[in-house]
Design a protein around this ligand. Structure first.
Ligand SMILES: *Cc1c(COP(=O)(O)O)cnc(C)c1O
Length: 398
């Protein structure tokens, strides 16, 4: 089988939103919705009351408005596309003010200054890497200013001397000067994650209620849905984006709408999220449950490996990943392999070559499987694969 083929995988890395492994695992309801909308025709752009051509943009607007408190909403291909569309529709040939502390690079190829340049907006960076004050924004406003932009730092934190401007103060400044404030929220957190020890970041509904004109975020980070870029905010600005010529190239497919709608519906009843929404389940799993599952996995693997490897349960930390809060760590339990005969690289490769491909973490001379990202049904899969791993490594045919 060619190694470039898209294959299903078991994620033992502990990184919940692993971009290399496809980010969020979709909820069952989202998978069912995709099936139901793809094995026959569907009303992607037809209004069933009038029988006339409708707009695909309306499919999730109402639900997004209900969940976030926004007046309007729009879905594009990913959050990078959302930022591109905002800049193209609202700031082409004009100026965008942004703090130097927020000129981020996310996921290797999304560099804020480059995205600005591509969209035809002129970047006006203010303040310094670690300190930006309201007066810095005020002094940069000219009659060419189109947007005041706020970008979530997502993948880094500044430790030590730091000053940044509250979103509310930017909104006040924007209101006084008639300039919209745009917030690239990134992660798309809808609910307060402090209950899971993940800090007190502003949620999307909190960004909307702070008065931000347009907030954008990813569909496949903490929202736990399909790849998408979601924009919510005031109708006036979203209408301008809907009618931008670039919109046609950024629109998403019926499968995305089906999966996104089903995922969003789960947020109407947040108490059920840990049971029905895999990303929330992974974030919220208790350490006692993780420890229990790690011991089950370790016991089964010890049988398969029969003294060829030392197999232990260790305490460790998992990451959220995917450019969404990777700096925040969650305590977890891992199954750690130590071997005198096989290198940890050989072990990792043998697991990767199984079907589904199994990924873990290499730490010092060990190979780790972090149970936080291992799905309940994965344990028998790993046990079965371990048999093949042992056979292959024993015979030297890795
Ligand atoms: C992740 C992220 C992006 C890119 O989003 P994609 O959906 O991967 O295109 C942009 N901005 C911020 C702040 C992010 O966290």
């Amino acid at each position: 089988m060619p190694s470039t083929l898209l294959k299903s995988a078991v994620n033992g890395t502990g990184v919940i939103l692993h971009t290399g492994l496809g980010r969020a695992v979709l909820p069952q309801v989202a998978r069912d919705a995709v099936m139901a909308m793809t094995d026959r025709y569907c009303t992607l752009e037809l209004d069933i009351t009038s029988g006339k051509r409708g707009s695909r943009h309306d499919l999730v607007t109402e639900l997004l408005c209900e969940l976030t408190g926004a007046q309007s909403a729009l879905v594009v291909n990913n959050n990078a596309a959302a930022v591109m569309l905002i800049l193209h529709a609202l700031a082409r040939d004009k100026e965008v003010i942004i703090s130097r502390g927020q000129l981020v690079e996310i996921g290797g190829s999304f560099r804020m200054p480059d995205v600005m340049a591509q969209s035809g907006a002129k970047l006006v960076s203010v303040g310094t890497t670690n300190r930006t004050e309201l007066v810095d924004y005020e002094a940069a406003i000219t009659d060419r200013t189109a947007i005041i932009m706020e970008v979530h730092r997502s993948n880094f934190e500044i430790v030590g001397e730091e000053a940044s401007v509250m979103l509310e103060d930017l909104v006040d400044l924007g209101t006084k000067t008639g300039i919209p404030v745009v917030y690239d929220h990134g992660s798309g957190a809808m609910t307060d994650l402090s209950q899971y020890g993940l800090g007190t970041d502003r949620t999307v509904p909190e960004s909307v209620s702070a008065g931000v004109q347009v907030t954008c975020f990813s569909g496949d980070k903490l929202l736990g849905g399909p790849q998408a870029g979601i924009l919510v905010g005031q109708k006036e600005w979203l209408d301008r984006m809907k009618s931008d010529p670039m919109m046609r190239a950024l629109r998403v497919d019926k499968m995305i709408f089906a999966a996104l709608h089903a995922t969003l519906e789960l947020f109407l009843d947040p108490e059920k999220l840990p049971a029905l929404h895999p990303v929330t389940r992974m974030i919220s799993e208790s350490t006692s449950s993780l420890e229990h599952r790690a011991h089950i996995l370790a016991d089964r693997l010890r049988l398969q490996f029969a003294h060829r490897c030392g197999i232990h349960v260790n305490e460790a930390t998992s990451e959220i990943g995917g450019g969404a809060l990777p700096v925040r760590q969650l305590p977890t339990f891992v199954v750690a392999f130590t071997s005198e005969v096989w290198s940890n690289h050989a072990l990792a490769k043998a697991f990767r070559l199984q079907q589904p491909a199994i990924f873990g973490r290499l730490v010092k001379d060990q190979f780790w499987l972090d149970v936080r990202t291992i799905m309940p049904g994965d344990i028998p899969v790993i046990e079965h694969a371990a048999q093949a791993v042992v056979t292959q490594l024993d015979s030297g045919t890795e």
